[in-house]
Design a protein around this ligand. Structure first.
Ligand code: NDP
Length: 439
């Protein structure tokens, strides 16, 4: 029942999952008897809180804080924190819902959660970011724990923010324990976590291409976003001899047909934290399209010619018209680094065209999977080498792809990885919920 217009994205995500479950419920009506649908769409717990902090001018600022603990059938709640002015309870609910099925697909013992704030990190000093993070953790700390709820980063939350959040947790509790993932390598972080979502999305694309006898080698790749996921997608694409030619941020799109200069991109985004337009100072031959010049019905990045697309910025950044343009331009493989980047109409178009389409909940699960590897290392007081983490990530992504493809085939729609991902993820959670009784 759509009772609140404030939950648009949640309804979009839930509708997709529920539509996909139709054939499963026809074959396995006992899910009805356990009211699994009614239970799974209802979060176990939603926490809303006030976050007060002081800016550099001494002015008191107030933001909203959120944590949703959606489903713990498979393990402790796990999911990132997003700091972005667009964050609302509805956005956190959609992200938490997606997280349940994504985490189930990894095969690891993690439940679904998500959180964040409408705080805008842009233009804030380091001191302001720190004071905000400390204020945020001052409430959050009482709701999390290494075996109850373990948040990670998401948009606007990287190693710097995780550091300030972790420091405050330690100050409040006196405990040095794995209550966050994405930590720095010297203080409990896992090697390979920072890279994992992007690398995983590329491995997923590789798996989809392999299924039809192709590789990424020589493929021209379109990437949106210029943050954590986009940067490490580009890095892995170079390693596999593909050619990433675009990236974007909230101000515009960059197109460098000779290939994005990755070292410069890292410098601009990880260190200087400036707009992509600055790229042109070093590469005047590249082109930059400001958002003011975007097509009115979509995003400039999807109108550029390429072979494979990696949406890695945010939800609903790829419209139906964008999808049509991608298909017209010959793109026949899409791996989603972001959560729900394609609108429902765009997804329908990809599925109708029967291209290789990897939905976010499958293709970007490498991040949360590696977060669980970080939890495993923290829990056993161990530190694994990169080779071990990367090998596991590769294996997990291949496993997710296999599950999605096998489940799609089982339900007579072999190219539909959306159907495969939703049914496979749902079955694992639903079966665990039934085993654990009515709770
Ligand atoms: P970052 O904050 O590191 O980067 C986000 C990028 O997307 C930035 O370039 C940002 O531009 C751009 N962006 C964000 N919001 C908008 C918007 N509304 N319009 C246009 N551009 C936008 O975040 P991540 O890379 O971590 O996350 C990107 C996506 O991947 C999200 O959907 C996230 O949920 C998903 N994801 C992330 C995981 C992770 O491990 N980090 C794991 C799984 C999924 P600007 O800087 O100008 O705002």
């Amino acid at each position: 029942e759509k009772s609140s217009p404030a939950q648009t994205e949640f309804y979009q995500a839930a509708e997709e999952v529920l539509e996909c479950l139709r054939p499963l419920f026809e074959r396995s009506p006992y899910y009805h008897d356990h009211s699994i649908i009614e239970r799974i769409v209802e979060p176990e717990r939603q926490i809303l809180f006030r976050v007060c902090w002081t800016d550099d001018a001494g002015q008191v600022q107030v933001n909203k804080g959120f944590r949703i603990q959606f489903n713990s059938a498979l393990g402790p709640y796990k999911g990132g924190l997003r700091f972005h002015p667009s964050v609302t309870a509805g956005i956190i609910k959609f992200l938490g819902f997606e997280q349940i099925f994504k985490n189930a697909l990894t095969g690891l013992p993690i439940g679904g959660g998500k959180g964040g704030s409408d705080f805008d990190p842009k233009g804030k000093s380091d001191g302001e970011i720190m004071r905000f993070c400390q204020a945020f953790m001052t409430e959050l700390y009482r709701h999390i724990g290494p075996t109850t709820d373990v948040p990670a980063g998401d948009i606007g939350v990287g190693t710097r923010e995780i550091g300030y959040l972790y420091g405050q947790y330690k100050r409040l509790t006196g405990r040095y324990e794995g209550i966050l993932t994405g930590k720095g390598l010297d203080w409990g972080g896992s090697i390979g976590r920072k890279e994992a979502t992007g690398y995983g999305a590329v491995y997923f694309a590789e798996n989809m291409l392999e299924a039809r006898g192709e590789t990424l080698e020589g493929k021209v790749c379109l990437i949106s976003g210029a943050g954590n996921v986009a940067i490490y997608t580009i890095e892995k694409l170079y390693e596999l001899n593909a050619l990433p030619v675009t990236c974007s941020d909230s101000r515009g799109t960059l197109h460098d047909p000779r290939g994005i200069d990755l070292a410069l991109l890292k410098e601009l985004k990880e260190i200087e934290r400036v707009s992509l337009e600055a790229y042109l100072e070093r590469h005047p031959e590249a082109s930059y399209i400001p958002t003011a010049d975007y097509p009115s019905d979509g995003h400039a990045v999807w109108r550029i010619k390429g072979d494979v697309a990696f949406p890695c910025a945010t939800q609903n950044e790829l419209t139906d018209t964008d999808a049509a343009a991608l298909l017209d331009n010959g793109v026949d493989c899409i791996s989603e680094g972001a959560n729900m980047p394609s609108t429902a109409e765009a997804v329908d178009r990809f599925l109708a065209a029967k291209i290789a389409y990897g939905p976010g909940k499958a293709a970007n699960a490498g991040g949360v999977a590696t977060s669980q590897l970080e939890m495993a290392q923290n829990g056993s007081m161990q530190k694994w080498p990169l080779e071990k983490v990367d090998a596991k990530l590769k294996e997990i992504m291949a496993g997710i792809h296999r599950q999605c493809a096998d489940t799609a085939a089982e339900f007579d729609d072999p190219t539909n990885l959306v159907l495969g991902a939703n049914i496979a993820g749902f079955r694992r959670v639903a079966d665990a919920m039934i085993d654990q009784g009515v709770v």
